[in-house]
Design a protein around this ligand. Structure first.
Ligand SMILES: *Cc1c(COP(=O)(O)O)cnc(C)c1O
Length: 462
């Protein structure tokens, strides 16, 4: 029985799929500080114009430039596995497939957009990219990408992760990136916070403020900011995952998929796998498409659909999304990449439309699933990815109860070899399930009440 399918390099997709072309109701536009839709000129100090154009595009298929294909081919196409050993352990009639994005140099799906963003910036004449990173996965992906293209890279890493995860910092350094702990003395935003609170552990919100400040204050105008999730263009770049998977499922002999699953922090690895299947669902296919989040950070399952800022310091435009509020402080769960307060506008709009059915799962169930996956399939997954696996196991058990040979596909978004201390704490019984108190969600909603409200129109078809 075949357990994995590769594609030849010349079978790699040559176009990305843009869900914005097919959403039954269009996205609400991002809004500036005056409450009006932001103009490309307002974004120009932050992003290069070629990426701003891509962000607002409604073309269904967008050609992947030859120069980007030449970068992606270092690790793509990635394999699609059939999880026969997990299926056997579960005794399920379901067939479980997973796309293995852990084979990239940085160990996750993130380099797919990192190399694309670095390439477009270089085309536009940019010399340096600045970004923030929480757990370090995005900072290492961008350092890798900029090293291939000869760009400078500066990463503001949340102080507490900087201290706890020296491995990620060393990966960035090896690829030539400069990683500093945030808050730092290098920006006004950082200095202000350090003056008030010298011992702060930092936060993603502060790190974003520092990165944007450094990008826009470069007098030579050759520095820009880069973001690893949430944006439409990031979802677009990741669709190569789902497009490859479709070709590989055919080679496995499958002509349909019943369930598609991915974990969702900002939404990009989920969207990358799922959006090509959302296209099929819009066109009549019956597929359950499930983004999975931690129970402790329930953006899609408990938060309202609102206009909110992407960062704590309110430097980004207002985005239409499910959000726990820009000042939400997530509990310290190990899935660092799933602790974001909002959700990509494209994923949010697809949820509103009923095309997706989000689920929230507690961390103990996720670690249990990850350990079973490691003992059967062999791969030790990232704490983020464990959420997808827990949902897959639930779906496989459901297929067993219904006696159906369902086809389940999920995104194995990354390996966990740099995040083993989460496993350590799980084995020592130090992890607990954590449910966000209702008052905390109410507080977040109250903080949003003076912001403009998005249009919540939908077709009601799904
Ligand atoms: C960053 C990360 C995630 C979460 O980010 P998304 O944009 O939601 O994909 C999930 N899995 C891994 C391995 C990550 O590194």
């Amino acid at each position: 029985m075949p357990v994995k399918v590769f594609l030849n390099e010349d079978e790699m997709p040559r176009q990305w799929y843009n869900l914005a072309a097919d959403l039954p109701t269009p996205l609400n536009p991002p809004l500036g500080p005056d409450g009006n839709p932001v103009t490309p000129d307002q974004l120009a100090p932050v992003f290069p114009m070629n990426l701003i154009e891509q962000e607002v595009s409604t073309e269904r298929w967008i050609d992947i430039p030859e120069g980007i294909l030449e970068l992606l081919v270092r690790w793509r196409p990635t394999p699609l596995h059939r999880a026969v050993y997990l299926e056997k352990a579960l005794g399920t009639p379901a067939k479980i497939y997973y796309k293995n994005e852990s084979v990239s140099p940085a160990g996750s799906h993130k380099p797919n957009t990192a190399v694309a963003q670095a390439w477009y910036n270089k085309e536009f004449g940019i010399k340096k990219l600045v970004t923030e990173t929480g757990a370090g996965q995005w900072g290492s992906a961008l350092s890798f990408a900029t090293s291939l293209l000869g760009l400078e890279c500066k990463v503001f890493m949340v102080r507490i992760s900087f201290d706890q995860k020296p491995g990620r910092k060393l990966m960035m350094q090896t690829w030539g990136g400069t990683c500093v702990a945030s808050p730092s003395n290098e920006t006004q935003a950082g200095r202000d916070i350090l003056a008030r609170n010298p011992d702060t552990p930092g936060s993603l919100g502060i790190a974003i403020s520092e990165a944007i400040e450094e990008a826009v204050s470069d007098q030579s105008n050759t520095t820009r900011y880069s973001l690893g999730s949430v944006l439409n263009l990031v979802m677009l770049h990741q669709t190569i995952i789902g497009l490859e998977s479709k070709k590989q499922l055919k080679k496995f002999g499958e002509d349909r998929v019943d369930v598609v699953i991915g974990c969702a922090g900002g939404g990009s690895n989920f969207a990358g796998l799922a959006f090509p299947f959302v296209h099929d669902k819009i066109n009549g296919a019956e597929i359950d498409i499930i983004p999975v989040e931690p129970f402790s950070c329930p953006t899609m399952t408990k938060a309202p659909f609102v206009y909110d800022h992407g960062d704590t310091a309110k430097m980004t435009p207002l985005l239409p999304m499910y959000s726990l509020g820009h000042d939400f402080v997530p509990p310290p769960i190990h899935a660092g990449g799933l602790r974001y307060h909002g959700m990509a506008p494209l994923v949010s709009q697809a949820i509103l439309e009923g095309l997706l059915t989000p689920k929230a799962i507690h961390q103990l169930e996720c670690y249990k699933a990850a350990v079973l996956f490691a003992k059967t399939e062999g791969i030790i997954v990232a704490p983020e990815t464990s959420h997808a696996i827990a949902a897959v196991i639930r779906e496989a058990e459901k297929a067993g109860e219904e006696g159906k040979e369902k086809v389940i596909l999920f995104n194995m978004s990354g390996h966990g070899l740099m995040d083993l201390n989460g496993y350590d704490r799980y084995f020592h019984g130090e992890l607990h399930d954590y449910e966000l108190p209702a008052e905390e969600i109410q507080r977040a909603e109250d903080a949003l009440k003076d912001l403009p409200k998005p249009n919540m129109a939908k077709t009601g078809k799904w």
